[in-house]
Design a binder for this molecule. Structure first.
Ligand SMILES: *[C@@H]1O[C@H](CO)[C@@H](O)[C@H](O)[C@H]1NC(C)=O
Ligand SMILES: *[C@@H]1O[C@H](CO)[C@@H](O)[C@H](O)[C@H]1NC(C)=O
Ligand SMILES: *[C@@H]1O[C@H](CO)[C@@H](O)[C@H](O)[C@H]1NC(C)=O
Ligand SMILES: *[C@@H]1O[C@H](CO)[C@@H](O)[C@H](O)[C@H]1NC(C)=O
Ligand SMILES: *[C@@H]1O[C@H](CO)[C@@H](O)[C@H](O)[C@H]1NC(C)=O
Ligand SMILES: *[C@@H]1O[C@H](CO)[C@@H](O)[C@H](O)[C@H]1NC(C)=O
Ligand SMILES: *[C@@H]1O[C@H](CO)[C@@H](O)[C@H](O)[C@H]1NC(C)=O
Ligand SMILES: *[C@@H]1O[C@H](CO)[C@@H](O)[C@H](O)[C@H]1NC(C)=O
Ligand SMILES: *[C@@H]1O[C@H](CO)[C@@H](O)[C@H](O)[C@H]1NC(C)=O
Ligand SMILES: CC(=O)N[C@H]1CO[C@H](CO)[C@@H](O)[C@@H]1O
Length: 501
């Protein structure tokens, strides 16, 4: 490479910029056999200070629960609805009226994700993608909401080929007839490129070429860092390389002012030990902790230092109904009860997910549980269960509110903490549930809150049954397309052209 060209590249000043500073959001999948209610989801988001979410649809109950919470919401047009929306301006306008206009401004909807990985998951619908984007956008314009709400469509990173060195990346030419007008649309409407980035799969499919440490943002020895021979930029992790590959692939099509938002990224915390040995809680904690710190620190990427790359973690809950490999069910930060799946290490990253590090859980009366069953559980806890229930007496701190729910929550939690939060000790015939939200109120301090410990009980009394969750189960619409991360040819060549300086 000649020096002037190199200089030109180095001097190329970034014109991309996102609207807000850096932020971390979370994807909310709903393929759970016992999907928490929208109010429970919203409560978990608030406790964990998660203020950006992406929904895979525009469920009215979920949106109602997110109203007036200040949480920013990306709603989605599911792939199943893309055909209709992309074929008819009227249908698109109707979609926007029902799923967006009806909920703003109480719900702070900031983006609409039209389809999910359409080019790779639903190639037959590719020609409808740009019309769908345009129709949705013109409906927003008509409703005067286009200034507040961005329209885009998330892509698998496999649409980008030859991602290493990033400077040589380009969009698979098969997709250019869609990508080119799509980028024009994003440019003219001031939107951003939505990209799903899964270093876990890049690592798996690299057949050992990508070191695990490189995928997990772990420091590499300087002689192992990947250097892009064309730009001399150093890459210390896969995530940055993929994001920069997207910038370069856009630049190849002369588009240099469209920012990247990573709509999905994460790591599974459990998998089949023989076929998926890297799907572990340790690796998931390392990846997501490092990812969150990397994004929030506003490091940017080597190509665009300091330019925020807002990123949505995949995902809030483990989704037990997801088909496929074992690990498909274990991408969640939390289990169905809102208990952290593993402990993140986020010291110094602000308040986001802060209570993950405290591993603090409480046992309370399950929302909507039968009052008679709660009373029975309360009687058992304060009797055979040996919980000290004196705080529930009239005139004592936990008497008010004088309801079975409130008293049962106190007694259940004292029992649970008295038993060292052992598994199976928050059951009470299914009317108890674990939560990370501290139920303490006024002077009524629950065990586990602010250093108050339950009295360790003297062992012989067992919980009514150690038999796990309740039978109540809500059928949930599995969003069948949202997790297609197949065939990542993308980083096939990653590191093949690695130069060791
Ligand atoms: C909605 O979100 C946008 C973008 O983050 C923010 O600028 C705005 O203040 C929010 N509005 C409300 C009412 O919270
Ligand atoms: C589509 O509908 C919007 C209003 O929702 C309108 O402004 C626009 O002109 C329509 N476009 C076409 C191509 O019909
Ligand atoms: C580009 O995309 C087409 C259509 O999905 C696919 O058949 C082809 O294998 C891709 N090219 C490469 C090099 O991956
Ligand atoms: C990009 O710009 C160059 C130089 O102006 C031009 O030759 C090329 O055709 C453009 N490519 C596209 C895809 O627009
Ligand atoms: C945060 O950014 C600063 C410079 O912007 C950098 O020196 C530091 O290493 C970064 N920290 C992390 C954890 O990435
Ligand atoms: C929380 O603590 C319990 C015991 O106190 C332990 O068994 C569990 O693994 C911890 N969970 C996390 C996510 O650290
Ligand atoms: C609570 O229990 C922990 C561990 O058993 C102990 O370290 C701590 O001092 C206790 N706190 C109080 C306030 O008793
Ligand atoms: C716990 O049980 C042991 C043996 O059953 C007994 O010696 C001890 O006094 C009990 N402690 C309390 C606090 O009840
Ligand atoms: C609950 O207990 C019953 C009887 O003890 C047992 O057959 C069943 O498998 C248990 N269910 C779970 C989820 O553990
Ligand atoms: C970030 C966050 O939710 N922090 C909470 C963690 O738990 C303590 C005790 O329940 C709360 O006081 C914090 O606000």
């Amino acid at each position: 490479m000649t020096l002037p060209l190199l200089l030109l590249l180095l001097l190329a000043v970034s014109v991309v910029s996102a609207d807000e500073g850096p932020y971390i959001g979370v994807n909310v999948g709903t393929a759970l056999s016992d999907m928490p209610s929208p109010t429970q989801v919203a409560a978990l988001l608030k406790t964990q200070k998660i203020d950006h979410v992406r929904l895979y649809d525009a469920d009215p109950a979920m949106l109602a629960a997110l109203a007036n919470t200040g949480i920013r919401v990306t709603v989605s047009v599911p792939n199943e609805q893309l055909l209709a929306v992309g074929q008819s301006n009227a249908t698109a306008a109707n979609w926007v009226a029902r799923n967006v206009v009806a909920h703003v401004p109480a719900v702070n909807i900031t983006a609409i994700a039209v389809g999910s990985e359409v080019l790779t998951a639903l190639p037959n619908a590719a020609t409808l993608l740009v019309p769908a984007l345009r129709y949705i956008h013109s409906a927003l314009v008509a409703a005067n909401l286009d200034g507040l709400i961005k329209v885009s469509t998330p892509h698998a990173s496999s649409v980008i080929l030859d991602s290493f060195p990033p400077s040589q990346a380009f969009f698979n030419r098969t997709f250019e007839p869609v990508i080119v007008p799509m980028l024009k649309f994003l440019q003219s409407s001031g939107s951003y490129l939505m990209l799903n980035v899964y270093p876990y799969y890049d690592y798996l499919q690299s057949n050992g070429i990508i070191p695990l440490d490189y995928a997990l943002f772990r420091p590499l020895p300087p002689n192992k860092e990947a250097v892009d021979a064309n730009t001399l930029l150093h890459y210390t992790n896969v995530f940055d390389a993929v994001v920069d590959a997207a910038y370069f692939a856009m630049a190849y099509l002369n588009v240099t002012n469209v920012p990247v938002v990573v709509l999905e990224s994460g790591w599974p915390h459990k998998g089949d030990p023989t076929t998926e040995p890297d799907a572990t809680a340790d690796n998931a904690a390392t990846y997501n902790s490092n990812l969150i710190r990397h994004v929030l620190n506003n490091t940017g990427t080597p190509k665009h230092p300091g330019v925020p790359v807002p990123t949505y973690i995949y995902e809030l809950y483990d989704e037990d109904l997801r088909p496929g490999a074992t690990s498909e069910k274990f991408w969640g930060l939390f289990d169905v009860n809102g208990v952290p799946a593993y402990t993140l290490h986020l010291t110094g990253s602000g308040t986001l997910l802060a209570n993950d590090t405290t591993n603090q859980t409480f046992c309370v009366a399950r929302e909507g549980a039968d009052t008679k069953m709660l009373q029975a559980g309360l009687d058992w806890a304060c009797g055979p269960g040996k919980v000290d229930c004196s705080a529930l007496m009239q005139g004592k701190p936990c008497y008010d509110p004088d309801t079975v729910e409130s008293h049962a929550s106190y007694a259940f939690n004292e029992y649970y903490h008295g038993m060292g939060m052992a598994s199976g000790t928050c059951y009470f015939s299914g009317v108890a549930a674990i939560t990370t939200t501290d139920p303490s109120h006024e002077s009524c301090l629950f065990s586990g809150s602010g250093g108050k410990n339950g009295t360790v009980l003297n062992g012989t009394s067992l919980a009514p049954s150690s038999n796990s969750t309740s039978a109540e189960s809500s059928a949930s619409a599995a969003h069948s397309f949202h997790h297609n991360k197949g065939g990542l040819q993308i980083i096939r060549l990653l590191l093949l052209s690695l130069i060791v300086l």
